[in-house]
Design a protein around this ligand. Structure first.
Ligand SMILES: Nc1ncnc2c1ncn2[C@@H]1O[C@H](COP(=O)(O)OP(=O)(O)OP(=O)(O)O)[C@@H](O)[C@H]1O
Ligand SMILES: [Mg+2]
Length: 650
């Protein structure tokens, strides 16, 4: 090669190299990278690249300084690279503030030993800060969205066209339906709702239509919950590939709605009872008075006439009808919630045992009556006559339900603690307080009731019997309400019926019925004082008792009664009306007791609007007779009061 040729070759080679160097320079000047070289001690021998500007440096500025000082965050890795170890690594600038804070670089070390320039390394540092920031904000916004979805009270799912769950919000631990990813939504829905759900999924994918439906789903905890489910396709230009399902647990909302409906029904029921009760009470009041006239006068005529008279049987007929009408009034009175005349702390077992003796006659022989009633000191504050009425009505219904077949009626009494849930499940709980209750339960294995009958059984005049008046259970309900109790009903067709009447337990001990020894025949003679504001009743009662052999004095109000009682210290018995204007029966009773503690008072009452309950707790009342009454009943009541040993010295 000639010198000229050599020179030309060198020149062209030089030009080539210069072009390369320029290109290299240009690339470096424009890429956000830094190219650097370190000697064995870690001192920069080269630093170049547009990336330097981001560190606030110029090309070559670092030359002569130690990389270990300048890049303390990369010290360990640089040392390792110089030792021939690490080739690629990333570090974040440990500068707490300013433009360089949090900058991140990736180092690519090309040669741990550079033979041409002595030991050292050549490396690229690539600035990743921008990308990292973008990634950070992406992560942050994803976390935000996830937390939004995860904290939604609803269950949010993404499903594919087969119904497979691709995504579910909430961690398993919080999800009421547990680990469900990769399973099918169709797995959780009850059989009955499956076709509708399948249809909704199909609609979302095939027709791109959203649907909403209610369905019951069983979670992995095996609990079935009602859900409101909305399915919407996720639109894509190519057609939906996935759908979003939002399911809202409706259990709580349903529970509240049920509660509301039950409350509403109870309010309606109590309004109905209120107004019908008012009507029934009003009718009973007027009829009781009229019947007292019919029954009283009929029995007076009968008394004087004797069985030989041709009209004797007709009058007997009048008396019998009037008595049945009086029973009807008694049921209506009970239904009205009034008619609690003599309230005493009494033991329900004792009432039941006393009533059953009366009932045995009216229960057919093929029906067995089983009693599980142990007398106790536990008392309820109640009107004995009304509790008897409950037992009578329920036992007669039980006997009717058994009909012509053989059967058994069981009467059980006892105590139980009722919580709010239990009270809520009873018929007409009327916001009763949880606590201790006494119960009377009457069960039969008769025909039982279907749902429709159960719904109406307490309605006045509802009866499924040809001769039923439909007042029995209405009266029971009225009495129970009047006593602040409730009724629990179990009844199944063909299986039988059980009615449990619960009444709040009193803090007072049960008052025992007096079992004073019966005196030798107590003659029906001596002085009786009748106190009543109704002249007709005074007249009838006077005539009946005089006819029976008594000497009778009367008073038409409390004050006069007390005066007459004072003036006649030999009075054997006082027949006292409970409801009188001015001074009421119980006031008069208290005054009489003051005048003579051993006074024997036979209380009588019908019904009157002002009538409220009266307490005679342990006050030594001798007896009670309900108006209307006939001659036989009055004489019998007086006789039984006098039969008990004459108290005191009188
Ligand atoms: N123990 C029971 N077994 C089956 N059905 C019953 C029972 N108790 C009540 N019922 C049903 O409830 C209805 C209403 O009872 P309720 O005592 O109020 O009226 P009644 O017995 O038909 O007539 P009343 O008692 O006035 O003579 C009855 O007709 C009957 O259908
Ligand atoms: Mg009945």
């Amino acid at each position: 090669m000639s010198e000229a040729e050599t020179e030309a070759s060198i020149a062209s080679r030089l030009a080539e190299l210069t072009a390369h160097a320029d290109l290299f320079q240009e690339v470096l000047a424009n890429l956000p990278v830094i190219l650097f070289r370190l000697d064995r001690a870690g001192v920069f021998t080269l630093s170049i690249g547009a990336g330097l500007a981001r560190l606030g440096m110029r090309d070559g500025q670092a030359v002569g300084t130690s990389a270990f000082d300048m890049l303390p965050e990369a010290r360990a890795e640089l040392q390792a690279a110089l030792d021939g170890g690490t080739i690629v690594f990333e570090t974040t600038r440990r500068v707490s503030a300013g433009a360089q804070a949090g900058m991140r670089f990736r180092y690519l070390v090309y040669a741990a030993f550079d033979a041409s320039h002595g030991e050292g390394l050549v490396a690229f540092a690539i600035d990743l800060t921008q990308g990292m920031k973008a990634e950070d904000s992406l992560q942050r916004s994803e976390a935000e969205f996830r937390s939004l979805v995860d904290h939604s009270p609803d269950i949010v799912l993404r499903i594919d066209r087969a119904g497979t769950i691709l995504f579910v919000n909430r961690s398993e631990a919080n999800s009421p339906i547990g680990a469900i990813k990769d399973r099918s939504v169709l797995d959780f829905v009850l059989e009955k709702d499956l076709p509708r759900l399948r249809d909704a999924v199909r609609r979302a994918f095939k027709e791109s239509l959203a649907s909403q439906l209610e369905c019951d789903a069983r979670g992995l905890d095996q609990v079935v919950r009602p859900f409101d489910v909305r399915i919407s396709p996720i639109p894509l230009p190519t057609g939906p590939e996935a759908a979003i399902v939002v399911a809202t647990d409706m259990s709580e909302r349903k529970r509240l709605a049920d509660q509301e409906a039950r409350l509403q029904a109870q309010i309606q029921q109590s309004q109905k009872l209120e107004s019908l009760g008012l009507l029934a009470g009003g009718v009973a009041h007027d009829f009781n008075n009229l019947l007292m006239g019919v029954l009283g006068n009929a029995s007076l005529v009968l008394m004087h006439m004797g069985p030989s008279s041709p009209h004797y049987e007709h009058l007997k007929g009048i008396e019998a009808s009037a008595r049945r009408a009086a029973e009807l009034c008694q049921q209506m009175l009970a239904y009205s919630g009034k008619g609690r005349f003599v309230v005493q702390p009494i033991d329900v077992s004792e009432v039941v045992l006393g009533t059953v003796r009366l009932l045995e006659a009216s229960i057919p022989k093929h029906v067995t009556l089983k009693l599980d009633c142990v007398p106790s000191d536990r008392a309820v504050e109640a009107d004995t006559v009304q509790l008897r009425q409950i037992v009578m009505n329920l036992v007669l219904n039980a006997a009717d339900a058994i009909g012509e077949r053989r059967g058994m009626i069981t009467i059980r009494t006892g105590a139980l603690h009722c919580d709010a849930d239990y009270l809520g499940s009873t018929f007409f709980d009327d916001k009763l307080e949880p606590g201790h209750y006494a119960f009377i339960e009457i069960s039969d294995n008769g025909c039982g009731m279907d749902k429709a009958t159960r719904a109406q059984m307490f309605d006045p005049f509802f009866s499924t019997k040809s001769h039923g008046r439909g007042l029995g259970l209405a009266a029971v309900l009225g009495i129970v309400r009047g006593h602040r109790g409730a009724i629990k009903v179990y009844s199944e067709v063909a299986a039988g019926t059980s009615l449990k009447v619960i009444l709040p337990v009193s803090s007072l001990p049960a008052q025992r019925f007096e079992h004073t020894p019966v005196s030798l025949r107590s003659p029906l003679q001596g002085r009786v004082l009748i106190i009543d504001d109704e002249p007709m009743i005074l007249g009838i009662a006077r005539e009946i008792l005089e006819h029976a052999g008594f000497e009778v004095i009367t008073a038409n109000d409390g004050e006069e009664g007390l005066t007459k009682f004072r003036d006649n210290p030999d009075t054997r018995l006082v027949l006292l009306d409970l409801t009188m204007p001015r001074m009421s029966g119980d006031e008069v009773f208290r005054e009489l007791r003051k005048l003579r503690p051993s006074v024997r008072v036979l209380l009588s009452s019908g019904y009157n609007e002002q009538d409220t309950t009266s307490r005679f707790a342990g006050k030594g009342l001798a007896g009670f007779i309900q108006k209307p009454y006939g001659a036989e009943q009055l004489v019998e009541a007086v006789r039984s009061v006098l039969k008990r040993g004459e108290p005191g010295a009188s």
